[in-house]
Design a binder for this molecule. Structure first.
Ligand SMILES: *[C@@H]1O[C@H](CO)[C@@H](O)[C@H](O)[C@H]1NC(C)=O
Length: 381
């Protein structure tokens, strides 16, 4: 069958119309799904897969800063809803080894004059006096000293907490005893920000910005953007504490929580915004530095332009530990600049541990042969 040219142009234009109608439907559908998902996050959080998406609000604010000073200018004229007295950085320490890292983070916030409040939650049992005139264990004594110093020098409010469950079972994890749902009990605050340990705050300004942006779900998890489609678990949690959310989440949660997968199914996870052009990052992972584009990556810029670096690498117990050199070297990224950034992060962490807490790196405790020890480092100092 032969078509005249006008028939062909009618056919083409109707195809174009069909395509555009479909695209219009698709964009509407995507928008609708986003709204539906935030509603579901509140009503039926269980069915929410932790699929990272880009939040348009965050993307807008982080996506087009005209240079680094943008954040400071923005913060000069934008306050969190309810003011800076109603927002807080909050850390929940469960083990003695985590205390120093938390204190150094707050020391950095004080140094950089962050205006948000600061809270440390810690197990109340650390306050207990030893029975029968026995001496305090040295690591408990150190934790107490550090917490006192944080209150005195870095304006940190100390909040002792009770365990969530009874220690009836023999194998109970610190996460089960002190789950992150405790953060939601801080009803006085409009918004709290939690940084997954261990890590290093390089620049609190972009973190402060997170207190001022609109948020449409009660809990938001931000994970570092990576070059692959696999997103790491969130290293920043933003929470809007409220009695109802606390009750709802507590009833849904099994005894254990974060970093167990359950709570990740409950929260809305997003990829932290990153602006390539200005090299600004809110959040980075040491383990993702190896995947950086070698030609583009610049260690100096990375260290200047990143908000928070979460430190966790396979084969390395943590930045608090004196890991055998060969294991340390094996974990390093291969690119020259990436390696420089990676080493600097570990080094700064170590320096802060020494300068702020007066602590050396903790020795690693690994099983010497099969069957001996747990391989987990003990709570030291
Ligand atoms: C990295 O960036 C800094 C500052 O922008 C610049 O001075 C330095 O030359 C850069 N280094 C490399 C290796 O490109």
């Amino acid at each position: 069958m032969l078509l005249t040219s006008s028939q062909i142009s009618v056919a083409i234009s109707s195809t174009v119309v069909t395509i555009f109608t479909f695209l219009l439907f698709l964009s509407g559908y995507v928008l609708q799904q986003q709204t539906v998902r935030s509603i579901q996050a509140v009503i039926h959080p269980k069915i929410l897969p932790p699929a990272p998406t880009i939040n348009p609000v965050f993307a807008k604010h982080f996506g087009r800063p005209p240079g680094h000073g943008f954040y400071e200018k923005y913060l000069a004229s934008n306050r969190p809803k309810g003011g800076w007295a109603k927002v807080a950085y909050v850390q929940l320490v469960r083990q003695h080894i985590e205390v120093c890292g938390t204190i150094t983070a707050f020391a950095q916030l004080e140094k950089e004059e962050s205006m948000a409040q600061r809270i440390i939650m810690y197990p109340r049992e650390w306050d207990a006096q030893p029975q029968d005139g026995a001496k305090l264990a040295p690591h408990v004594e150190t934790s107490r000293r550090l917490l006192r110093e944080a209150a005195k020098h870095y304006k940190v409010m100390l909040q002792p907490i009770e365990p969530n469950v009874q220690r009836t079972r023999s194998k109970i994890t610190p996460e089960e005893l002190y789950p992150l749902t405790n953060l939601l009990a801080l009803h006085y605050y409009n918004r709290v920000l939690y940084l997954k340990p261990a890590g290093l705050i390089l620049d609190p300004t972009p973190l402060d910005l997170l207190f001022t942006l609109p948020m449409d779900s009660p809990i938001l998890g931000l994970s570092a953007p990576t070059s692959t489609s696999e997103h790491p678990p969130p290293s920043i949690l933003l929470l809007q504490p409220s009695k109802s959310t606390y009750k709802e989440l507590s009833s849904l949660l099994p005894e254990g929580a974060y970093p167990d997968t359950e709570i990740l199914n409950l929260i809305h996870v997003e990829s932290a915004p990153r602006e390539k052009e200005f090299h600004t990052r809110l959040l980075a992972e040491t383990s993702a530095l190896d995947a950086e584009n070698v030609a583009e990556f610049n260690a100096t810029e990375f260290l200047e332009m990143t908000g928070y670096v979460h430190i966790e690498d396979p084969g390395v117990e943590g930045p608090e530990f004196d890991v055998p050199r060969p294991d340390f070297v094996r974990a390093m990224p291969s690119g020259k600049q990436a390696r420089k950034a990676w080493e600097s992060v570990y080094e700064r962490y170590r320096d802060a541990r020494r300068d702020v807490c007066a602590l050396d790196l903790a020795p690693v405790d690994r099983p010497v042969d099969e069957g001996g020890g747990t391989g987990m480092a003990e709570e030291l100092k």
